[in-house]
Design a protein around this ligand. Structure first.
Ligand code: FE
Length: 168
């Protein structure tokens, strides 16, 4: 990880959905900061590979591609609420797919030029963890397909969330 002076990322370029300049990936600005050793300790090898190394898990052989319970999908790195089961659909891709994020601040996006393709990467706005990519071949109403890695997500059932709400 590179350490840069704090003023370097403060140029006023076009702001992305995450509030960060479009196309930049200012690791040092994410609210949740952990050392590489801490991430390795907290995450499973699969989650570490996806979230911290921009990995992609195998299609169909992952936890949530066919998961249909009602609830919220959180970031497996930091617990940030990212997606709702209400926006999940079967894209046939073998990865959990959503038509939109939970809200405007949950995720950020940036251009990804790896593997001789131009794709749009999706990352967690709180910890910067890599989640997957977004494509414009999704169904109505948004026309978007947020193609996520199960290993980057942790599911919380709606019933459990309601239980917590009433107990506080
Ligand atoms: Fe996160």
């Amino acid at each position: 990880m590179t350490q840069r002076p704090p003023d370097e990322g403060s140029d006023r370029r076009k702001q992305g959905k995450s509030g960060f300049p479009e196309g930049s990936f200012p690791e040092e600005n994410f609210p949740v900061q952990r050392s590489d050793a801490e991430w390795r300790e907290r995450l499973s090898p699969e989650s570490y590979h996806v979230l911290r190394e921009h990995g992609t898990e195998p299609a169909f052989r992952n936890a949530y591609h066919d998961h249909k319970e009602a609830g919220i999908y959180e970031c497996a790195g930091c617990g940030n609420a990212l997606f709702s089961s209400r926006h999940k659909y079967d894209s046939g891709s073998g990865w959990p797919s959503f038509t939109q994020p939970l809200n405007d601040t949950a995720i950020g996006t940036k251009a990804d030029h790896s593997f001789l393709m131009v794709r749009v990467e999706v990352f967690c706005s709180q910890c910067g963890g890599h989640l997957g990519h977004v494509f414009s071949d999704g169904p109505k109403p948004t026309g978007m397909r947020y193609c996520m890695n199960s290993a980057a997500l942790q599911f919380r059932a709606a019933a459990d969330i309601n239980k917590e709400d009433t107990s506080t």
